[in-house]
Design a binder for this molecule. Structure first.
Ligand code: ADP
Length: 474
């Protein structure tokens, strides 16, 4: 089976978030677990790619094609990463911007990329059995295959899978773009929605199968609160929708290997390892060194989606407890300023306003409680990473948080959960965790259960394989 993943980002070549993590890990696991599968990934070649990877690029082919009324072209490169071939589409004009997204012509840039993927298949004859596209940036690949190129014999055997990583970002653009940029004037019905072009809506509609990144999020997407206007579209496609939860990279986030943390530890010495890391971390950030005091942390984008307003509402009350609280995050200025101000008036709070992977690992290793009160959460990786370090998550039971964290006292317990988007439910749930923390036996047992929760990619990769196999039976 030939599988081609189409994406705008993949670790370690270019990543801005969860999408990059998934496309850096899922294809590798699929290839390793299925020796008969020929797995490749295709993505843009950004100027932000690190030199060590740039040096590995091997030229495959130059292609030229008509992009709407424009004469255009791209160079295709590749890097062999274990069993997976990563292909890169180079175009100086579109992908040398010093960043991945947020440009005035993003629609044109990613439509170009999507078309280049189709042209690459046609011009090289390297045609997959499964084409798996992701998020709005690559939605047009599926749309092109099912519309303009639908009658092309050499492409007609391709089955398409489209994954929604976050429905909040749909790729909405002015309708005039349809002909001038996409050359899809005849297909307005596929892409138009609520008076504009909606790329995600197009891919959901025409793709052979759609997935999203957790079973519970797949269920939630039927409701407008979560679907950002696409609930009806999801509803109409329900028969071909499945939620498959993401995994985490246990090589990268590994208390056993250490690397970025001072005292590596395993499940055999988790409490001792965490105590030592806690003391080192307290010293590093200027908190009183005390291994017994519960260390409560958050590592998050400071965005409304992450439930920061709930934290804001109860933080003063929470800080009256005998705890230390550290937040690592960047995002909305209002929240950054709020935590900075709190730090100035509360000696038991530290606000680390930056994006820093090394510090994040030190925090996962030294914290006792990890707070994640999201308003919505397609999958969420941070709660799984916390578990792998034996840090007990307190989460709102929403999206993938519901699927991955089971409440204390229930079967499969590995954390604490609350249901309603209510600040005091959050506060009382953290307080409940603090109560259990005082009972050392109960706490250590819960820490162990969190630590051994299995969030590896193998199970999810097998689920995707099952979907691919089913599609090929048609
Ligand atoms: P999202 O993709 O919505 O931001 P996830 O929980 O899926 O949320 O993934 C967040 C990832 O980003 C986790 O690996 C988390 O550790 C990391 N992260 C978030 N904020 C920071 C930060 N300020 N510094 C370092 N890592 C961060």
């Amino acid at each position: 089976m030939k599988i081609l993943y189409v994406t705008s980002e993949a670790n370690p070549y270019a990543a801005s978030g969860g999408l990059g993590d998934v496309l850096g890990a899922l294809p590798i696991t699929v290839a390793e677990d299925n020796p008969d599968a020929e797995v490749s990934v295709i993505m843009p070649l950004y100027d932000t790619m690190k030199e060590i990877y740039r040096k590995q690029l091997v030229k495959v082919k130059d292609i030229s094609f008509k992009y709407s009324w424009r004469d255009s072209g791209a160079s295709i490169f590749k890097i062999q990463n274990g069993k997976v071939t990563y292909y890169f589409v180079e175009n100086h004009r579109y992908f040398e911007r010093g960043k991945l997204y947020g440009e005035f012509d993003d629609a044109e840039r990613f439509a170009f990329f999507s078309l280049a993927v189709v042209e690459y298949m046609i011009q090289t004859g390297n045609v997959p059995d499964i084409l798996h596209a992701n998020d709005w940036q690559t939605a047009l690949t599926v749309v092109y295959l099912k519309t303009r190129f639908a009658s092309m014999k050499e492409l007609s055997g391709i089955r398409t899978v489209y994954t929604i990583h976050n429905i909040e970002y749909q790729g909405k653009f002015d309708s005039r773009i349809l002909g001038d940029i996409f050359a899809l004037d005849g297909y307005a019905g596929v892409l138009e929605y609520n008076g504009c072009i909606n790329l995600m809506k197009g891919a959901i509609t025409v793709s052979d199968f759609i997935t999203t990144v957790s079973p519970n999020y797949a269920f939630e997407l039927h409701h407008d609160f979560f679907a950002f206007g696409l609930a009806d579209v999801i509803h109409n496609s329900a028969a071909k929708l499945k939620g498959v939860i993401n995994g985490i990279d246990y090589n990268y986030f590994s208390p056993e290997k250490g690397g970025d943390i001072e005292y590596p530890y395993s499940k055999e010495n988790v409490s001792e390892g965490k105590r030592k890391n806690k003391l080192a971390f307290q010293k590093e950030v200027g908190l009183p060194e005390n291994a017994d005091i519960p260390l409560v942390v958050m590592i998050t984008r400071l965005a409304t989606q992450k439930g920061i307003d709930l934290v804001a509402a109860i933080i003063e009350e929470l800080l009256r407890e005998d705890i230390q609280f550290v937040i690592l995050g960047t995002g909305e200025t209002e929240y950054e300023n709020m935590f900075k101000a709190l730090e100035a008036s509360h000696p038991n709070l530290k606000a680390l306003i930056k994006f820093d992977r090394v510090i994040s690992k030190k925090m996962y290793a030294s914290a006792d409680i990890f707070v994640m009160p999201s308003k919505s959460e397609p999958c969420g990786l941070a709660q799984m990473i916390a578990c792998s370090y034996g840090t007990v998550p307190v989460v709102r039971a929403v999206g993938g948080l519901f699927d991955s964290i089971k409440p204390y006292g229930s079967e499969g317990e590995n954390g604490f959960t609350f249901d309603n988007y209510n600040a005091h439910e959050l506060l009382f749930t953290v307080k409940r965790a603090l109560d259990v923390y005082k009972d050392k036996d109960a706490w250590n047992s819960l820490v162990m259960k969190a630590k051994i929760s299995d969030f590896s990619w193998g199970i999810s990769a097998a689920k995707y394989m099952k979907i691919y196999n089913k599609l090929l039976e048609w």
